[in-house]
Design a protein around this ligand. Structure first.
Ligand code: NAD
Ligand code: IPM
Ligand code: MN
Length: 359
């Protein structure tokens, strides 16, 4: 029996609901595949602020460091929005990402054929979409210095963030993207704003410099405004997209809608070594929290990414993804992906169906 220590950080809002059903599913999967999971729960985000005064308590980071993989729900909510920025729940995510050096964020957007009708886009536009956003996660405007709200001599306030990338940061995320493209359909599109931003000019130069090392991969470049438009116009043209922290955040929410709902999109945040963080792309959905209506599939598919990329348990990962596809084929839908003629279920109901489909 293989044994893994999993740090479990449910966080705020729907985080605890989608996490609970995901852990039940992993337990069941463990029984089938002789995998022993030890789940250790820790505080993060708003609940951590309320209980400890800190969005990322040191004990949480230590537990994560000592784990084989980290499952995260989501953090944040209106009740914490007026705190100073270093005490906001969202700060915990940035601390976790930089603390564990998780520079590569993989966000796959794959359209399940059963959900083609659930998207707001036309079926012929999204059928067969299978793309991967590779988002740089520990640099760019999220971390660049200087940052802050400063008061000038005249008393006027000025908000500042700095978009900066070192060549080595671009090189390492570029390699992750080229390698992913090599294993997939061998197309890589780098997204930047090199027509205006110097940081993007360096980005483009560093990505181009990798081309000789990956001769099978076809590299193209798009400006981010065009990329946002192309994602809606003709998403089937994309295989792997690589981009910086902020552009990747925005484009991955946009890509999520191709799949029918942001409640479908999982992610993996990986470093060169050490445990990764596996979390849905969506947030805490305060508008639907506590009602048992959230879609748990993004969290469940994130658990599949934990199995595949974090624990090298490809067989169990395949089984879990197959179970999700099966449940959709059987017609079960949460509210966000509901269409006429399908069977509406809640968060727990969807989890129970996935567990049942595993057997
Ligand atoms: P959100 O992703 O939480 O919600 C956007 C919309 O999508 C809402 O209408 C919500 O109901 C819906 N939605 C999201 N996930 C869903 C699911 N699983 N099933 C069904 N519907 C779902 O984004 P927001 O409203 O902009 O942010 C809310 C809070 O979450 C903020 O505090 C924000 O900072 C935080 N946030 C956290 C993360 C994270 O922890 N990774 C990511 C994004 C936002
Ligand atoms: C995400 C979220 C986070 C981000 C926030 C909550 C810090 O939107 O994971 O996509 O911007 O990276
Ligand atoms: Mn986001």
């Amino acid at each position: 029996e293989r044994c893994y220590k999993i740090a479990v950080l449910p966080g705020d809002g729907i985080g605890s609901e989608i996490m609970a059903v995901t852990l039940d599913i992993l337990q069941k999967l463990g029984q089938i595949y002789a995998i022993n999971f030890t789940f250790s729960e820790a505080l993060i985000g708003g609940v951590a602020i309320d209980q400890t005064g800190h969005p990322l308590p040191p004990a949480t980071l230590e537990l994560c460091r000592a784990s084989d993989g980290i499952l995260l729900g989501a953090v944040g909510g209106p009740q914490w929005d007026d705190l100073p920025s270093h005490l906001r729940p969202e700060q915990a995510l940035l601390g976790l990402r930089s603390g564990l050096n998780l520079f590569a964020n993989l966000r796959p957007a794959k359209v399940f054929p059963e959900l083609v009708q659930a998207s707001t886009l036309k079926p012929e536009v999204i059928a067969g979409v299978d793309l991967l956003v590779v988002r740089e996660l520990t640099g760019g405007i999220y971390f660049g210095q200087p940052k802050g709200i400063f008061t000038s001599e005249t008393g006027e306030q000025r908000g500042v963030n700095t978009m900066a990338y070192r060549a080595s940061e671009i090189d390492r995320i570029g390699r992750v993207a080229f390698e992913a493209a090599q294993k997939r359909n061998k197309k890589l599109c780098s997204v930047d704003k090199a027509n205006v931003l110097e940081v993007s000019q360096l980005w483009r130069q560093c990505i181009n410099a990798l081309v000789p090392e990956y001769p099978e991969v076809t590299l193209t470049h798009l400006y981010v405004d065009n990329a946002a438009m192309q994602l809606i116009r003709w998403p089937q043209q994309f295989d792997v997209m690589v981009t910086g922290n902020l552009f990747g955040d925005i484009l991955s929410d946009e890509a999520a809608m191709l799949t029918g709902s942001i409640g479908m999109l999982p992610s993996a945040s990986l470093g060169a070594t050490g445990p990764g963080v596996f979390e849905p792309v969506h947030g805490t959905a305060p508008d639907i929290a506590g009602q048992d209506v959230a879609n748990p599939l993004a969290q469940i598919l994130s658990a599949a990414m934990l199995l595949r990329y974090g624990l090298s348990e490809a067989q169990a990962a395949d089984a879990l993804e197959t179970a999700v596809a099966q449940v959709l084929r059987r017609g079960y839908r949460t509210g966000d992906i509901y269409t006429e003629g399908t069977q509406r279920v809640g968060c727990r109901g969807m989890g129970a169906q996935v567990a049942a489909a595993l057997a």
